[in-house]
Design a protein around this ligand. Structure first.
Ligand code: SAM
Length: 366
C-alpha cells in the first residue's frame, strides 16, 4: 500500500515542474548580513518554505532576537513533489508563527513555534497565504523559479519589501526589467554560482549535478542573484573603471544607438553615450554612477533598424533562412567569422550578441 502511494507520487512528480531547490544556510547568511538594520520590529514572512528544511526559516528563528524581529511566519506548500523530499510527510499544508524565545533558552522550541493547519495547499497565491502576506513587512525566500513573475507581481501589488533569490535570466523578463530600470527593485549583494539540495527523484544531469557522500543530490547554477527593494550599502559603491574609449575597441551596434562593451570590467571611463553591457552588469550597478537606459529585447523596442529575412550560416557551414537578427544587438562585420554563427543580408555580414542592458555613465559630461 505504501509502495503504491509512493509510486503514484513519483508518477505525478515526473510530469511536474522542477521547483524544489533548497537554499543553503551559508548563502542565506552571506546575503542577509547586508540588510540587518531593516529587520528591527518587523514581521518577516517566508512564504515558500517548509520550516523543517528551510535555511531561511532557520536563519530568522535563530537570529530572531539579534535582529529584533517582531514576528516570523512561514508557509509550507503542500505538493507531491515536495512530499518525496520531506521526511515529515504531512497530509495538510501548515503555517508557522514564531514570536521569539519565551523560555530564554535561545532555541526556538515546539512550545514557542505555533504550528497551524491551512485549509488549502499553502500556495502563495491562495487567500490564506495572502492574509498572512498582508501581516508581513518583509518577504524573504527563494520562490519557485517557474512562478517568479507572478511572485514579484504579487509582492508589488501588496506593496511589500522583499529579498528573494532567482536566476539572473529574470533580469530580461518584460515583467521584471522595467522595475529594475525604474529603480523600484534592484539586484542584491551576492550573485553567481550557488548549489542547492534537490529531491531524490530528480534525474541526474551531465553537468552541475552530483550526489554527496550522504547520498544527497545536489544541483548548481552559475547565474543566481537576489532581487530586493531594500537598500544596502554596497550598491552605492562605484564600479572602478580604468579603460578609455576608442572606436576600434568599442564598435557601434548596427541596430541600436549604442556601443558594444562585452565585459563589465571594460566599461570605458570616458564614454558619454549609451553602452550595451551584459545583464550581469546589474549585479554591480550603482544607481548613483549609471543610468539604465533600456534593454536590447524586442518587447522593449528601441531598435533603429529592422532586418528582412536573413541567411544564417552556422560554424559547420550549414545555412538556413531565419528572422533572428531582430531580437538582440547586432554588429556588422567586414568578413565572415570562422568561429561564430553569422547572418547574411543583402551581401552584408552580421553577428548577433546576447541580450545587453543599455546604460549611460552619469558622471561623464555630454
Ligand atoms: C526553489 S524552492 C526553494 C525552497 C525554499 N524556499 C528554500 O529556499 O530552500 C521553491 C519552493 O516553493 C514551493 N512552491 C512551489 N509552488 C508554490 C506555490 N504555488 N506556492 C508556494 N510555494 C510553492 C516548492 O514546493 C519549493 O519548495
Amino acid at each position: 500500500m505504501v509502495a503504491e502511494t509512493q509510486n503514484a507520487s513519483l508518477h505525478r512528480a515526473k510530469g511536474a515542474k522542477e521547483d524544489e531547490f533548497y537554499t543553503q544556510l551559508e548563502d542565506v547568511e552571506r546575503e542577509l548580513k547586508h540588510y540587518r538594520k531593516h529587520f528591527k520590529g518587523k514581521v518577516v514572512y517566508c512564504n515558500c518554505d517548509d520550516p523543517r528544511v528551510s535555511a531561511f526559516f532557520h536563519y530568522f528563528s535563530y537570529n530572531f532576537e539579534k535582529l529584533g524581529l517582531k514576528k516570523l511566519i512561514a508557509t509550507c506548500y503542500k505538493n507531491h513533489e515536495r512530499d518525496l523530499f520531506s521526511t515529515h510527510d504531512s497530509e495538510r499544508a501548515i503555517f508557522l508563527e514564531y514570536e521569539g524565545d519565551k523560555n530564554g533558552d535561545r532555541i526556538p522550541g515546539d512550545d514557542e513555534i505555533e504550528v497551524k493547519h491551512l485549509v488549502g495547499d499553502g500556495d502563495f497565491r491562495s487567500a490564506e497565504a495572502i492574509e498572512l502576506l498582508k501581516q508581513a513587512d518583509i518577504v524573504v525566500t527563494n520562490p519557485p523559479f517557474s512562478l517568479f513573475r507572478e511572485f514579484v507581481a504579487q509582492l508589488n501589488m501588496y506593496n511589500k519589501k522583499f529579498i528573494i533569490l532567482a536566476n539572473q535570466n529574470a533580469i530580461t523578463y518584460k515583467e521584471i526589467f522595467p522595475l529594475l530600470q525604474k529603480g523600484k527593485i534592484w539586484v542584491g549583494a551576492n550573485s553567481g554560482d550557488m548549489s542547492f539540495r534537490v529531491p531524490d527523484h530528480y534525474t541526474p544531469r551531465a553537468t552541475r549535478f552530483w550526489v554527496d557522500e550522504d547520498g544527497q543530490k545536489w544541483r548548481s547554477f552559475g547565474n543566481m542573484c537576489w532581487f530586493t527593494n531594500l537598500d544596502y550599502k554596497k550598491r552605492h559603491e562605484d564600479l572602478t573603471l580604468y579603460k578609455t574609449y576608442t572606436p576600434d575597441e568599442y564598435p557601434k551596434y548596427d541596430n541600436f544607438d549604442a556601443i558594444e562593451v562585452s565585459k563589465v570590467a571594460d566599461i570605458p571611463i570616458d564614454y558619454e553615450g549609451v553602452m550595451g553591457v551584459t545583464i550581469g552588469f546589474l549585479t554591480k550597478h550603482n544607481p548613483d554612477q549609471f543610468e539604465i537606459v533600456g534593454i536590447t529585447k524586442t518587447w522593449y523596442g528601441g531598435a533603429t533598424k529592422i532586418y528582412p529575412q536573413q541567411t544564417q550560416v552556422s560554424t559547420n557551414g550549414k545555412t538556413s533562412q531565419v528572422g533572428k537578427l531582430n531580437d538582440g544587438p547586432v554588429l556588422r562585420v567586414d568578413s565572415p567569422p570562422t568561429e561564430k554563427t553569422y547572418y547574411k543580408v543583402d551581401g552584408e555580414c552580421y553577428v548577433q550578441m546576447y541580450a545587453r542592458v543599455l546604460i549611460r555613465n552619469k558622471k561623464v559630461e555630454a
